[in-house]
Design a protein around this ligand. Structure first.
Ligand code: FRU
Length: 659
């Protein structure tokens, strides 16, 4: 039986990697994708004998998550990839979840032979017949081509359901292997030490810290050079399953020191917690007197507001236990609507507490003027209520209604609202004290390559270019998901704090075609230059005057428009993708994604990497990054850079990496 299964896997894996045109609708042209089937996290990234290995979470049997195994590819330049057969297969009710690979140069494990060091994969075993995750080993003595699972697996089992994604490195000063791994639902990281990769001893725990809104997954720990100095600092990378700034999954980091046992936070680098600002104004609705004059339709809201903790932790400082509108009456499957009495808009802002479903137009609160929705807001897949507000200065004097809507019958099919306040200043939510690697919607599970030679010295990583909120719905076939481009990491000192910098790996310039550069050009000349390149694959560099706001519009035939807003004055970089290409496959997909942006010596620099279905925006040498997908019709990208002057502009067409 075992033999049959393994034969089946080999056949399936060969089929999965059979050649593809790599030219299907939406198929990335210079980003890594599997030929077919579902992919998520990058795994086991390691460099050995001239090859960068990229393993990845892969379903050999379909185009959605399942049967998790490790797919495998290699590259000798981080740009062109060769697919290899499946490396590690799901077997005996144990899926192969995320993890890492190292070269055991000293053969501490004893798995090496003929004086050659073994390549060792350290991964999470996810049991499908019980709620259990444990840490396991597999080794290869032929450059990752064939693998043997360690006979004494698991090497760590603490009888936990959520204990995953080990990342291991050799720590020279303490002469030991160090593992960082997540206790996902406890929002903790655990560090272990080992002499031989087989026997592990707990060193310390880290967390909860930073953002704890989603499950903690896929950590990493490494030192990074500080730009312009000989110093370095240690960085913890921590991917979280929900609650990232753009919504859904995202990647946060912590800067500090590591002594071989404990990670100590560099406190000045950690953003300070800022409490919510609650404006003074008229409270239009707090639902303390039941629904009052509000019209109730459908079943979801019941006949009266909810109180206290209904289906979860409805808590916000100062409002615990108060009544609030909640559409979980009868569970997620019920639908309903609350409509307020008519009122006149007399103030600049309408603020409210909101939580629950994040389904655009389906679990939301709307402001209606003349029967049309003029402002909307949704929850953030978190029961906890938090402040949001609408700016309405231009609507003063207009008659309006507010409606609270639940039209969603599946997961997160409910909405919670409280404390609707009319005021001159908007409410602002408590600031999540976290540092984010990327402010776009599509950067997750990022971890770094191991064993890059000292002579090179770079720390390089890449992320999974998707978001758990809609990854399984994106309109691509016969594959799903791409990786971001590989990026080189470093730190920059900003006002006494350390900030992560990410730059596209320099090897990417190898696929630049003949480009063109302009100095002090008009936006129009830059737009014309892009037109003359006539391509969908672009690498663009811009230097802009930081005293102005620049709006850059991207368009493709019959696909609408996306906007990059560069606003160093307001301190914001944004990507607006709601009106660009296909967005209806998931109510989570449309949106505006904002990153902090500052002026540097009066300028802002941008690097844009545009593929057939993605954009990566690196501002100020990768101090602010936005990675976002889009699904447009085929055709050359047109870009309107507006009427302003561009200090420096360079644009290159990029070659396809799949031939
Ligand atoms: C992150 C993750 C990991 C897990 C893997 C399973 O995206 O949830 O925590 O190991 O995916 O595919």
């Amino acid at each position: 039986m075992k033999y049959c299964l393994s034969l089946l896997f080999t056949v399936v894996s060969l089929l999965a990697q059979e050649s593809s045109s790599y030219n299907e609708l939406h198929r990335p042209q210079f980003h890594f994708t599997p030929a077919k089937n579902w992919m998520n996290d990058p795994n086991g990234m390691v460099y050995y004998e001239g090859e960068y290995h990229l393993f990845y979470q892969f379903n050999p049997f379909g185009n959605k998550w399942g049967h998790m195994s490790w797919g495998h590819a290699v590259s000798n330049d981080l740009v062109h990839w060769e697919h290899l057969p499946l490396a590690l297969e799901e077997e005996n009710n144990v899926m192969i979840f995320s993890g890492c690979a190292v070269i055991d140069w000293r053969n501490t494990s004893g798995f090496g032979n003929d004086g050659k060091p073994p390549m060792i994969a350290i991964y999470t075993g996810h049991h499908t017949d019980k709620k259990r995750q444990d840490q396991r080993l597999a080794y290869s003595t032929d450059k990752g081509r064939t693998w043997t699972k360690y006979a004494n697996n698991p090497v760590i089992d603490i009888e936990y359901a959520d204990f995953r994604d080990p990342k291991v490195f050799w720590h020279e000063p303490s002469s030991q292997w160090v593992m960082i791994v997540t206790l996902s639902s406890e929002k903790k990281l655990r560090l272990y030490g080992s002499p031989d990769l087989k026997d592990w001893t707990k060193l310390s725990d880290f967390g909860p810290h930073g953002s704890t809104k989603g499950v903690w997954e896929c950590p990493d720990l490494f030192p990074l050079p500080v730009e312009g100095t000989d110093a370095s600092k240690w960085v913890i990378i921590l991917n979280i399953g929900g609650g990232a700034p753009a919504g859904g999954s995202g990647c946060q980091y912590f800067v500090g020191d590591f002594d071989g046992k404990t990670f100590t936070l560099h406190e000045p680098s950690q953003p300070k917690h800022q409490p919510a600002f609650i404006p003074k104004g008229e409270v239009f609705a707090d639902f303390e007197n039941r629904f009052g004059a509000w019209k109730v339709e459908g079943e979801a809201f019941g006949t009266a507001p909810a109180t206290g903790a209904v289906n979860c932790q409805q808590t916000v400082a100062g409002f615990e236990g108060n009544a609030f509108a909640n559409s979980f009456h009868g569970g997620d499957k019920t639908i309903g609507k609350l409509t307020s009495p008519e009122f006149e808009i007399t103030r600049n802002a309408i603020s409210f507490l909101i939580g629950g479903g994040a389904h655009h137009t389906n679990t939301c609160i709307n402001l209606l003027v003349d029967g049309a929705v003029v402002r909307t807001a949704k929850g953030n897949e978190d029961e906890q209520l938090d402040w949001q507000s609408w700016a309405v200065p231009y609507l003063k004097g207009r008659k309006a209604h507010i409606e609270i809507l639940d039209r969603w019958t599946e997961g997160w099919g409910h909405i919670n609202v409280d404390q609707i306040i009319f005021s001159d200043k908007p409410a602002t939510p408590a600031m999540t004290p976290a540092l984010w690697a990327d402010y776009g919607r599509d950067f997750y599970a990022a971890v770094s390559w191991s064993d890059i030679p000292r002579t090179d010295g770079r720390r390089i990583w890449l992320g999974w270019m998707s978001n758990w909120q809609y990854a399984q719905e994106v309109p691509t076939s016969p594959w799903r998901s791409a990786m971001t481009v590989p990026r080189t990491l470093s730190l920059r000192q900003v006002d006494g704090a350390y900030r992560l910098l990410q730059k596209p790996a320099k090897e990417l310039t190898k696929i630049r075609g003949k480009g063109n550069a302009l100095e002090n050009s008009s936006g129009k000349a830059a737009s014309e230059l892009i037109g003359s390149l006539d391509t969908e694959l672009l690498d663009i560099e811009l230097t802009l005057d930081a005293t102005k706001v620049t709006e850059i519009y991207l368009s493709k035939p019959d696909s609408g428009t996306a906007m990059i807003k560069v606003d160093p004055v307001g301190g914001e970089l944004g990507f607006y993708r709601s009106q660009f290409g296909e967005t209806g496959f998931s109510s989570h997909f449309p949106g505006v994604h904002l990153a902090p942006l500052r002026a540097m010596d009066g300028k802002v620099t941008l690097r844009l990497l545009i593929d057939r279905s993605s954009i990566e925006i690196f501002a100020n040498e990768g101090e602010s990054v936005i990675t976002d997908l889009f699904f447009t019709k085929p055709g050359a990208m047109e870009i309107d850079f507006g009427d302003g002057t561009i200090d420096r502009f360079a644009a290159y067409p990029l070659e396809r990496i799949w031939k």
